[in-house]
Ligand binder design. Structure first.
Ligand code: NAD
Length: 283
């Protein structure tokens, strides 16, 4: 039976470390979360973000706009936050309603305040190995891999899923850590065989229990990013946990694996943005 990687505990330690660093600063890093409409799923997430941010000493607030707000209203709000010196991090909660072009809004955020790391400038920096803000979920996965004692240089890593917010930046981070990276996706031939070769497998697909036990190579480290609602209403990952755990050296559960890391890394990004904007990077 593989070790279960406790994302909740790792995230709590990360947040405590951030709180200690913030307590030593002469200012409070500012985070603004913008929410359009009242999607109940993201409501829980936004409340958790607010609570975690306040507990770690951030100056954090959520700005709520109505579901029928115009794209121009949202762009004006983003511009106000861009120029507000008290704001270090801006996060616009996705998805946005259909009348608003997501790409336009992301591109309007000052890249120095883009704590989600979705702005094309930050994606470009990641792809060209320059310092920038890195998407929170893949950043959280890297923390968990280090926590699990993964030996990354030269390791065969397979990333399942190629989305802009998880799969692609995940592959970039693994490559930067000297892994040999394969990106697999919905058009990949013989997905089980690709996965079986992985010493590190990161699943970010959004299909409940797609990855079966016999897709897992003996001794692999398995990170399950998927958050899916099962038929019984419970949360399940992309990996069939009970089948995969006996074959894996270490595996993340759902919930309690990658999920808590995403919020902790959002806070880490906000602190990094605050320091970089003041010329204090590395403080
Ligand atoms: P997405 O829908 O944007 O991308 C899914 C990717 O999976 C696509 O690239 C697609 O090619 C691939 N795919 C789809 N079906 C496939 C199949 N049958 N076989 C192989 N590949 C397939 O999703 P996303 O935004 O990257 O999110 C993926 C999952 O991660 C979702 O369950 C989401 O809820 C979860 N997620 C979790 C966190 C977190 O904090 N833990 C954060 C973001 C996303």
């Amino acid at each position: 039976m593989g070790r279960i990687i406790d994302g909740k505990a790792v995230a709590a330690r990360l947040r405590e470390g951030l709180a200690a660093r913030i307590a030593a600063l002469p200012f409070r890093p500012g985070l603004r979360v913008v929410r359009v409409g009242e999607d109940p799923a993201s409501g829980v997430y936004v409340r958790n973000k607010d609570r975690a941010a306040a507990a770690a000493g951030f100056d954090s607030a959520t700005i709520q706009l109505p579901a029928d707000c115009r794209e121009s209203d949202l762009l004006m709000l983003v511009e106000d936050l861009n120029i507000d010196p008290a704001v270090d991090g801006i996060l616009v909660q996705l998805p946005l309603p259909p009348q608003i072009r997501q790409d336009r809004v992301i591109a309007a955020i000052d890249p120095a305040k883009d704590v989600d790391g979705f702005h094309p400038v930050n994606a470009g920096r990641l792809a060209t190995q320059q310092p920038g803000l890195v998407p929170c979920t893949p950043k959280g996965v890297m923390h968990l891999l280090r926590e699990a004692g993964a030996r990354l240089p030269g390791a065969r890593a397979v990333v399942l899923g190629r989305s802009q917010i998880v799969g692609r930046p995940m592959a970039q981070l693994l490559l930067a850590a000297d892994c040999t990276v394969t990106m697999a996706h919905s058009r990949t031939r013989d997905l089980p065989a690709e996965c079986r070769r992985a010493e590190i497998l990161v699943a970010a697909v959004g299909r409940p229990a797609l990855v079966r036990g016999d897709w897992i190579g003996e001794g692999a480290i398995v990170i399950d990013v998927g958050i899916n609602r099962g038929a019984d209403g419970k949360l399940v990952g992309d990996v069939a946990f009970a089948e995969a755990a006996p074959r894996a050296a270490a595996i993340t559960p759902v919930p309690g694996g990658v999920g808590p890391m995403t919020i902790a890394c959002l806070l880490e990004n906000t602190l990094e943005a605050a320091l970089a904007r003041r010329g204090l990077a590395g403080a």
